[in-house]
Write a protein that binds this ligand. Structure first.
Ligand SMILES: C[S@@+](CC[C@H](N)C(=O)[O-])C[C@H]1O[C@@H](n2cnc3c(N)ncnc32)[C@H](O)[C@@H]1O
Length: 194
């Protein structure tokens, strides 16, 4: 098991669960959750974004296809005394929350343009050959589940213009809140608004 820190807070990360990295932290730095807002953290991994949302007094549902995420999230939510504000649902994208709507949706998707069949480890970062497999499915369905705003991360490696086009096509609006550059890619956080 690994340990990482964000703003002085400790998070445990199981083996075979995504280890929070620059993409996670860029999203965390920019998301705003208001007390009592209903939050969906898609692909929660170790649960860091769910826990931070609950610390801002959101009512959080966290999902993942990786069954190990449930125990990892529980450990971190108990560590930060917010377990009563978070529920976990196992499953693919919006499937586990089919009949619900959320004030805020968070998504740090697997976006690297590589094929990877190694579940659950590969599911943490592989976005299929274009990098967009999951992102496109997310953007196609987002407006049906979103009441207020969503925060998502994307990479220069996975056709960001396609994201802007899909958001506009579904009648939503977006702003780029923040960017970070690395030697092999640029990443950005979008806020998508109803
Ligand atoms: C890049 S990691 C982000 C983890 C965490 N939210 C963070 O920011 O550190 C992507 C997460 O999405 C999950 N995931 C992959 N495919 C998924 C799917 N179809 N539905 C839900 N979650 C999925 C992975 O298991 C992984 O935990």
């Amino acid at each position: 098991m690994d340990v990482i820190y964000y703003n002085g807070r400790r998070f445990y990360v199981f083996e075979e669960v995504y280890k929070p990295a620059e993409d996670t932290f860029l999203l965390a730095d920019n998301m705003v959750i208001r007390p009592s807002e209903k939050v969906l953290d898609l692909g929660t991994g170790c649960g860091i974004l769910a826990v931070l949302s609950a610390l801002m007094e959101g009512e959080v549902t966290a999902t993942d296809v990786n069954p190990l995420a449930e125990r990892n999230l529980r450990m971190n939510s108990e560590l930060h005394s917010v377990a009563d504000r978070i529920i976990f649902k196992l499953g693919d994208l919006f499937e586990p929350v089919k009949r619900e709507k959320f004030d805020v949706i968070l998504f740090n998707p697997p976006y690297l343009p590589v094929e990877e069949d190694n579940i659950p480890v590969g599911a943490a970062w592989s976005g299929g050959s274009s990098g967009r497999t999951l992102l496109d499915r997310f953007l196609s369905d987002l407006d049906r589940y979103l009441l207020r705003r969503a925060y998502m991360v994307q990479s220069s490696l996975s056709k960001p213009e396609e994201t802007y086009r899909m958001i506009e096509e579904s009648g939503l609006e977006y702003v780029v809140l923040d960017r970070a550059s690395f030697f092999y890619e640029k990443i950005e956080v979008l806020e998508i608004r109803v």
